[in-house]
Ligand binder design. Sequence first.
Ligand code: AQP
Length: 323
Amino acid sequence: MRLSGITPSGHAQLGNHLGAIQRWVSDGGPDDLYFVSDLHAMTTTHNPGRLRARTSEMLAVLLASGIPAERVFVQSDLARELGALTWILECTCSYGEAARMIQFKEKGSGQPGVRLSLLTYPVLMAADILLPGADEVPVGEDQNQHVELARALARRFNSTYGEVFTVPRAVLPPTGARVRDLADPERKMSKSARDAAGVVFVLDEPDLIRRKVRRAVTDGSTGVAYAPEERPGVANLLEILAGCRGGRPADLAGEFTSYGALKEAVADAVIETLRPIRERTVELLADPGELAQVRAEGAARAVERGEHRLSSAMRLIGAGAQH
Ligand code: AQP
């Protein structure tokens, strides 16, 4: 069973769609779970109203993209169970293990007022994974170390107190699955990018998508060829086209003789890929009752999948009332 999350740290962007959500729809199994990881969006300064709105929007985007309602939930709806399990796992984890996480070192070191949660969120992530018993966790390279931590904590708990947790493994994306920022192809496209000029958001209107793609950074070469190292901007456009239409980027390059024609084709493909998702998301957001019901049912199902592990873990560590 696979588990994947998406953090509402901004609006969903094309990289989230092509690199993650689209695969979740096409490769997902009936037991897989997908969640909006809103608790992970609080490790740095956040705006509560904006977080709530983005959480609903992200849930709507997942549903509009084709993920069945019975496979989604919102992380904070399981705050009690995840909070309890996080504490148990923190009592299984050493300070050194948490402090070694590269993301903590990159985002936290030397910063004033760093939230403690920036240090401990990989343990929450371990709880996300271990509570429902996920055995496969599709993640980007940057999250691999966190899945390693979840593996270590599951093994340590099982060997110290008793077998409760499935030991998960990370499933890394195929190479070339990274969508890069259109304005700066050295960076990956990100929902929290400081400058949105090179980020196509899933809910962008067609005109805006076309403008962003037309302004995409390419290079001074002539002719269209797929050379990710030497020509990252053009390679990114070809990969986006392949992600939307199918086919291999190197083969698609042969269809074009100019960057202008390539950009128009990319804009058309992205607009047509995202159009039905945007339209359905708008409908879903206009009906908060339906979203609230999906949330409530998703939370109940997710709790049901994991509560027996939490109660076993509580019993084995000697906590909670004895039955
Ligand atoms: N540019 C990308 N190309 C391919 N896949 C991507 N993903 C994100 N950006 C790209 C994949 O989307 C999933 C959910 O991402 P996340 O919410 O866990 O956080 P992230 O990877 O940090 O995504 P962002 O958009 O870059 O968010 P911020 O700006 O908050 O850091 C993951 O499977 C991720 O690999």
